[in-house]
Design a protein around this ligand. Sequence first.
Ligand code: SIN
Length: 280
Amino acid sequence: MRNSHIEVTPTSGAVGAMISGVDLARPLDAGAVDAIRAALNEHGVIFIREQKLSPEQHIAFAERFGPINVNRFFKAAPGYPEIAEVRKEPEQKTNIGGGWHTDHSYDQIPALGSVLLAREVPPRGGDTLFASMALAYDALSPGLKATLETLRAVHSSRHVFGTKSPSAADRAGRIVNPELATQDAVHPVVIRHPETGRKTLYVNAGFTTQIEGWTVDESKPFLDMLYAHAKRPEFQYRFQWHVGSMAFWDNRATWHYATNDYHGERRLMHRITIEGCALA
Ligand code: SIN
């Protein structure tokens, strides 16, 4: 297959687009990369099915969109530090990413996004949900939007990846280097997407700990109200994986949620994360 007839089909009224007519095992010209980048900017997450990629080809694809962020906390695929394993074994109860979140918001310069490739999937279950934080922002009242524009929020990696994480024992062997979980960052609650300029809600239940200048207790009900709003089904799309399916999401525009409904089965994904830029 040549990569000159790329088609982009939205997957829902909210978020996501399926890209067809592309074989990522073959070189992509600049026009194809631009088309994929434009689809990502417009839809927040793109999906490509039936890709037979070696780790080198997965890395080469991701590198077309920016430098790779080598993950501090996820075990790497053997021989490939650039590829983080998102793994759940049959005997494990917790999964990685099993709650609404956006990755790396605890970093001063959060990652652009990730390219997740399905290597082994359960016979059923293990879908990933995505939600548009641009739509979530758009649907707020003018009054609340004006208030949010004045606020910044604190994000941290400590409670998720540190030694005191509640699921640390069950995740042992998959989540590593708890002593490196020292990242705290402050970002605006509403950001302008660095490429589209569109406003998006930039707080998430995974990593946001409080509104800057407020206590944790004061922040919690306010953040919970925003989270309840942002996870409304009309902002979402649910993606079903097959071996060789790929999702490429933008952390600045979306949340995601890995469904944990396949106990007793293995699910193994390869994730490559791409560096981003400062947010404002
Ligand atoms: C993640 O949160 O990065 C993992 C998503 C998934 O496994 O579906």
